[in-house]
Design a protein around this ligand. Structure first.
Ligand code: SF4
Ligand code: FE
Length: 486
């Protein structure tokens, strides 16, 4: 297993093409806007090397060696449960998205799907996938799971788009591999990933055959370009201080990843045209990632709840009954997210390849709650934090020789707490609810791993409503023949 230092240093060798704020960045590792995101990702390496956390983060690889859990396949329900606990712990440590779970979820979804594809079609994808997995495990690589295409006109199928590249597709089939073109959007952690693991964006049909493609390539492969997405208050990281950013150590990033005629060698292709299997692959990947959110978002929620409790103490209102009730409500919502993450893991089952999949109905319920509860938690946090959350002067004002002492005097809460500590905690709340951290705590909660409507469709499909109707008919004394008449 790599140490966090070895991971960070190794990234300097990648020859990425990365753009930030309109400029090509030669050293993403040292870039002040990107560095907090790298620090968060590196925590997945640091924690695996911490003997106290080994029981959660260290697993056995295909050859029996110790591997980082983020490169592992889930071989039991206990593995699925340990995943949710690990993600909560990392959310607590970083207070943000630590970006490595997407690749983990992609590996597990590809394992089960390629196994079943080979059995049904005689293809050789599973063997290739296992070779790739071994490579990832031995080198302890970070994978960027890339599913979401830019999609163009959503009203049209992939093959009907005026510009065919709006959904990533195969443009050429050669003896040594395939050439692909397109772009994947919102790619969490992409710039600090060693490999991009590409999957189809939705269930394809026969006409969309060239879009039913899955593969892995190094993230610095020829033809790949990364363009960083902006976050609220991102340029505060360029100001040199630590207070105004709220969470100075950790952050996350998303990039638009463009594939301009990228060659994928034959041994790295895991699906090419088997459109019937694109649906199961998408569904399973989404299921795993919807489970993930029950861990990581609960961990970040813990940080926000702690920050709010401190802000209330610093303002002298911690014992007010309405504050206690609101904090208890935040806890209830946060623990419900976690409970759903655990529940879909406990109800998981083994697939044909031997890898365990979460219960898809419960995983979708988990994620649908995630699209709502962090917003309510953030609302309560803003309620308790008060207006100072958005009217605080800057760090530079606090260190100014004339106005600094005035701010220190007038913005103090309880006398025993330094004004700057009050400032620090309010800035952390601001980061999580309105600033750079809100990208992962709020909007990613809404749209990451699929927007709410995608979960509603899955829930409606998996809920077996006919069985429920039958239960009701039986108790209401309606005979089956009467039921059929309707
Ligand atoms: Fe992992 Fe959560 Fe970030 Fe997704 S949002 S990559 S599950 S930390
Ligand atoms: Fe995500």
């Amino acid at each position: 297993m790599l140490t966090s230092q070895a991971y960070v240093e190794g990234l300097r060798r990648l020859k990425h093409e990365v753009y930030v704020l309109g400029e090509k960045v030669e050293d993403p590792v040292g870039h002040p806007i990107l560095r907090p995101s790298l620090n968060a990702l590196a925590q997945t390496y640091a924690l695996a090397n911490d003997p106290e956390q080994a029981s959660l983060l260290v697993r056995r690889g295909s050859d029996g060696e110790s591997i980082n859990c983020f490169t592992s396949l889930h071989r039991s329900r206990e593995d699925l449960l340990a995943k949710v606990k690990t993600l909560r712990l990392l959310g607590q440590r970083t207070g943000t998205c630590f970006q490595r779970c997407v690749g983990w979820d992609a590996l597990n979804a590809l394992d089960t799907t390629t196994f079943e594809m080979d059995a049904a079609t005689g293809s050789e994808y599973h063997g290739r996938f296992l070779d790739f997995l071994r490579h990832v495990q031995h080198k302890d690589l970070t994978c960027n799971g890339a599913m979401t295409d830019v999609k163009g006109d959503r009203h049209l199928r992939p093959s009907q788009q005026k510009d065919a590249d709006l959904v990533l597709h195969v443009v050429e089939r050669r003896r040594d591999g395939i050439v692909v073109r397109g772009a994947k959007a919102h790619q969490t952690g992409a710039i600090f990933s060693h490999e991009v693991v590409v999957m189809p964006t939705l269930a394809m049909r026969a006409d969309d055959k060239d879009y039913a493609v899955a593969f892995a390539v190094p993230s610095d492969a020829l033809g790949i370009t990364h363009v960083l997405g902006r976050q609220a208050s991102d340029t505060r990281k360029l100001e040199g201080g630590s207070l105004d950013v709220g969470n100075a150590q950790f952050g996350s990033h998303e990039a638009l990843v463009v594939f301009d005629n990228v060659l994928v060698p034959r041994e790295r292709i895991f699906m090419d045209g088997e459109w019937q299997f694109s649906g199961p692959l998408v569904e399973r990947f989404a299921g795993y990632h919807r489970q993930s959110y029950g861990g990581c978002k609960a961990g970040v929620g813990d940080v926000l709840i702690g920050a709010v409790a401190l802000a209330a103490e610093y303002a002298g209102v911690a014992s007010a009954s309405h504050i206690r009730h609101k904090i208890a409500e935040m806890i209830r919502l946060n623990e419900t997210l976690y409970a759903c993450g655990l529940a879909c893991s406990v109800a998981g089952h083994a697939m044909k390849s031997g890898t365990y999949l979460v219960d898809l109905l419960l995983a979708n319920v988990c994620k649908l709650n995630v699209t709502q509860f962090p917003y309510e938690i953030a609302r309560l946090a803003e309620d308790i934090a008060g207006g100072l959350l958005v009217t605080l002067p800057s760090e530079k004002d606090f260190s100014h020789p004339r106005i600094g002492p005035l701010l220190d005097k007038y913005l103090r809460g309880v006398d025993t707490v330094p004004t700057l500590d009050r400032l620090r905690i309010l800035r952390l709340i601001e980061n999580l609810t309105l600033g750079a951290g809100a990208v992962s705590y709020r909007t990613e909660s809404m749209h990451g791993a699929g927007s709410p409507e995608a979960q509603i469709v899955m829930i409606s499909r998996a809920a077996e409503i006919e069985e429920k109707k039958e239960m009701a008919r039986r108790l209401a004394g309606i005979s089956p023949s009467q039921a059929n008449a309707h």
